[in-house]
Ligand binder design. Structure first.
Ligand SMILES: [Zn+2]
Length: 838
């Protein structure tokens, strides 16, 4: 085998060109393709399918995907057969809203067909942007496993899920009041609702007792609902109102009469202790309406305007009606008091509009009956970090509704069902025919099994988007049996789910529920939960940050493409490894610059090693570690400790320990000390033996190689580039990314710093302290140092003299001399002084 020559690594590090070269190797070797027949142990990852409507990709996205990918690359090097797919979530409200805003259309002024077409177009564009982004960032995805939640495979999977749940009796259709988004004009699930705190007005409004004519005062922040009032309540123990039980109250302005009833749930301390119930102000109203079989008076339309019941206020938007009704009440002196209050308003997560309750038939999945089982599943799941578990438990415990999966929208997976027009009997599609669109396709049944009618109507609602994304493990495992897809049920349950914490209540919960219902088990063994990428002010990075910070040249520090172009993907990834798993990470351009410094230093130090390695024959026998110099043994010991820390961190899915340990080793040990010391063996060969040079070359060769492997999950491009130039000709593998992960060496890990090295480091520290005391730069070459060994024992004296060359190069001085000195070092009996310039 040939010996190492100089100039294997060029002077300039060109990250864009290196990126292209790396991808050529990776794609040429099909390095990231999942091999179904491979006998290696499987490691499969359920990755979050991003909304492709997010044309505003920012560094926060890059962060969370990079964090998961560090683990993927680590596992691949550990010898696992990696299944790493990428999906896109392109159906549902986020895409619909994006299309509405982009094209200035809404449900009322566009056809279903045209709207779906626009959604498809935008979806395709968005997916392309994402794919480019992920490649740019170096994600080692097997793109042949790609799916999108609107594609036929996913439609087939979610329709199959519907049919399975239907057959198992876990689905029901109900016409009760549901949470409603008046902007999108669709029902929502509990998980789609956020709480917003805002200022509101609390009004005390006078109703009248029909019997006695006395004022009955209720307090409400929603006076626009009084046309929908259907009852008044007081607490059964409230002495003030006993005479009213069973009587009636007259509603102001609207004049209709409502029964007065009692309920233990009324808070006697709130307002006057009287409470109105409307159909429907909130979940409590819905409950009273159901329990007490109250009348139904709907005063708000699905589009958020007032109904005919609101009389003169009909047709107004809710907000306007509120103002007008207050005005009318005031004119008649029916408002006794108004005061400002802080109120918690439930809003739709997607439109940010306050939710209403609307009655419309919907399909529900039974969740409330299975809370205990879900909590058990949460117990079985391995949580990383473990404190995230409580988020799921709290959500399950707080569930108030079954899961409403119907959406009165256009762009989503159709329900695989038809209804008999005469009696409403449901006809379910045949599994072999999936995917179907009952809004377009005829019912497969010839006549109704119940009434014999031959008239059917396809369901026109679509399933909500979580109905599909809750199935991603089964989409990956090709549960629906789509022909030509790689991956089968042998990968199910998967190994790992990666996701951010805020979608535990949705994506994680729904996936666990589906897996429980369909296969009576967990969808994956482990889950890895990430925090958020924050902007410089500590807020979640938003589209606004992207818009605000684009300069004339198009550079934007929040845009991953911009940042990668300027600093390299490796530098951006290095930043992403900066927070521990589960923690938020604030973005700061200077932190990416720090990443770039590491990358450039790695390049330069590899280049220096290449020069020092000239003439080294990697295939020739090397000196035993025990026979190598103290510096060489020391760097191997420190490296062994680093391997241990990086590995332990990755085994807990926490990449940040590894980055910290690598930074410590790379700067503190390898670059600033080790290479600095040993290079003198080559620059001034007359002072050193041939053995010392051989020892240094062997150690440099091995430790740089190990360092590249440890850095590879974080910095895939530069490590590959150096590997290809320096090591590839001597190894039987195509890429550093399929190299074996460095082995842990317990003995080395436990070893102490060799005595001689401890001595060198102590003298080095003393010199550094003297440099700062005397305001001499740490990098300036000194004329010399003077060592005073009067108080030292013979062993120390001998060691100092033997290591004089190393001490000289470590302390960066031109010579080491001996004589009186004042500054006490950490070495027993040894003092030191800097020799001033001549
Ligand atoms: Zn029928």
């Amino acid at each position: 085998m040939t010996k190492i020559v100089q100039d294997l690594i060029e002077k300039d590090y060109e990250h864009e060109a290196i990126k292209e070269d790396c991808w050529e190797v990776w794609e040429g070797e099909k390095l990231y393709d999942y091999a179904p027949d491979d006998s290696k142990e499987l490691f499969s990852i359920d990755t979050p399918p991003p909304y492709v409507s997010a044309a505003h990709l920012h560094v926060g996205h890059a962060m969370s995907y990079a964090q998961a990918e560090f683990v993927v690359r680590y596992k691949r090097m550990r010898g696992f057969n990696v299944f790493y797919p990428m999906g896109f979530d392109d159906n549902g409200l986020p895409t619909e809203r994006f299309v509405e805003q982009t094209y200035n259309v809404n449900k009322s002024n566009i056809t279903r067909e045209k709207f779906r077409e626009l959604c498809m177009e935008e979806t395709a564009k968005g997916a392309k942007t994402y794919e480019e982004m992920w490649r740019n960032l170096g994600l080692s995805v097997d793109w042949s496993l790609r799916y999108s939640t609107i594609d036929p495979h996913c439609q087939r999977t979610s329709q199959k899920s519907f049919i399975d749940l239907y057959n198992k009796g876990l689905l029901y259709r109900d016409d009760s009041p549901v949470i409603w988004d008046t902007h999108f004009e669709t029902s929502l699930a509990q998980a789609d609702v956020d709480t917003l705190t805002r200022n509101g007005q609390m009004h005390d409004i006078a109703f009248k007792s029909v019997e006695t004519g006395e004022n009955l005062v209720i307090s409400t922040t929603r006076p626009e609902l009084i046309p929908a009032c259907v009852a008044m309540y007081f607490h059964p123990k409230d002495e003030r109102y006993q005479h009213l039980e069973g009587k009636e109250a007259e509603v102001p302005l609207f004049g209709h009469k409502v029964p007065i009833r009692t309920s233990e749930e009324v808070d006697m301390e709130f307002g006057t202790g009287l409470m109105q119930v409307c159909t429907f102000g909130d979940g409590e109203d819905v409950k009273k309406w159901k329990d007490d079989k109250l009348d139904t008076r709907i005063c708000i339309n699905p589009n958020g305007t007032m109904t005919e019941l609101a009389g003169p206020f009909a047709g107004m938007k809710v907000e306007q009606a509120r103002k007008e009704i207050v005005k009318a009440l005031k004119e008649q002196e029916l408002i006794l008091e108004s005061k400002q209050v802080k109120q918690n308003v439930s809003v739709s997560e997607r439109s940010n509009q306050p939710i209403e309750f609307v009655m419309a038939p919907q399909w529900f999945i039974r969740l409330l009956d299975y809370k205990d089982e879900f909590l058990k599943r949460s117990e079985q799941l391995q949580w990383y970090p473990d404190y995230m578990k409580v988020r799921l438990d709290d959500w399950v415990n707080g569930l108030k509704y079954d899961w409403n999966i119907s959406r009165q929208r256009f762009y989503g997976v159709p329900f695989p069902i038809w209804y008999c027009k005469d009696c409403g009997t449901v006809v379910v599609a045949d599994e072999a025919s999936l995917p179907v669109d009952p809004a377009e396709q005829p019912c497969p049944a010839e006549s109704c099994s119940n009434c014999g009618s031959t008239e059917f109507e396809g369901e026109s609602d679509v399933m909500e988007t979580w109905m599909t994304s809750s199935l991603t493990p089964l989409v990956n495992a090709n549960w629906a049996g789509t022909e030509g897809r790689k991956g089968d049920m042998s990968i199910y349950p998967m190994t790992l789910r990666v996701q951010a914490f805020e979608i535990i209540r949705t994506w994680l919960f729904y996936t666990v529920a589906k897996s429980h219902f369909h296969h009576d088990g967990l969808p994956w063994r482990d889950c890895m939960i990430s925090g958020w990428g924050l902007n410089e002010q500590g807020k979640k990075i938003s589209k606004r940050d992207l818009e605000k910070f684009t300069d004339k040249e198009g550079y934007n520090r929040y845009d991953p493409h911009s940042v990668i172009k300027k600093y390299s993907a490796d530098a951006l990834r290095f930043w992403a490894a900066g927070s521990h798993l589960g923690h938020d990470l604030r973005f700061n351009e200077k932190d990416v610059r720090t990443g770039r410094k590491v990358v450039i230093k790695l390049w330069n130090v590899a280049r220096l090693c290449n020069i020092l390695l000239e003439g080294f024959d990697p295939s020739a026998p090397r000196p035993d570690l025990a026979d190598r110099s103290v510096e060489d043994r020391w760097v191997q010991i420190e490296l062994a400790k680093t391997i241990k820390t990086v590995t332990d961190g990755f085994e807990r899915y926490d990449y940040a320990y590894g980055r910290e340990a690598l930074e410590r080793f790379f700067w503190g040990v390898f670059c600033d000390n080790y290479v600095e010391i040993v290079k003198d063996r080559f620059w001034n060969p007359e002072r050193y033996s041939e053995e010392l040079r051989a020892s240094a070359q062997a150690t440099m060769w091995e430790s740089l190689r190990t360092l590249l492997a440890l850095f590879a999950p974080y910095l895939p491009f530069i490590t590959e580039a150096i590997f290809q130039r320096l090591y590839k000709p001597y190894e039987d593998i195509a890429s550093i990314h399929i190299a074996d992960w460095p082995e842990e060496e317990a003995e080395l890990e436990a070893a102490e710093t060799p005595d001689g090295m401890a001595l060198i480091l102590d003298l080095l520290n003393a010199t550094r302290e003297l440099r700062s005391q005397n305001k001499i730069s740490q990098t300036k070459v000194l004329e010399g140092i003077r060592i005073d060994m009067d108080g030292a024992d013979n062993g120390t004296k001998q060691m100092v003299q033997e290591l004089a060359g190393s001490i000289q190069s470590a302390t960066r001085c031109k010579e080491v001399v001996y004589g009186p000195a004042d500054y006490a070092t950490a070495v027993d009996g040894v003092k030191l002084e800097i020799v001033a310039e001549a």
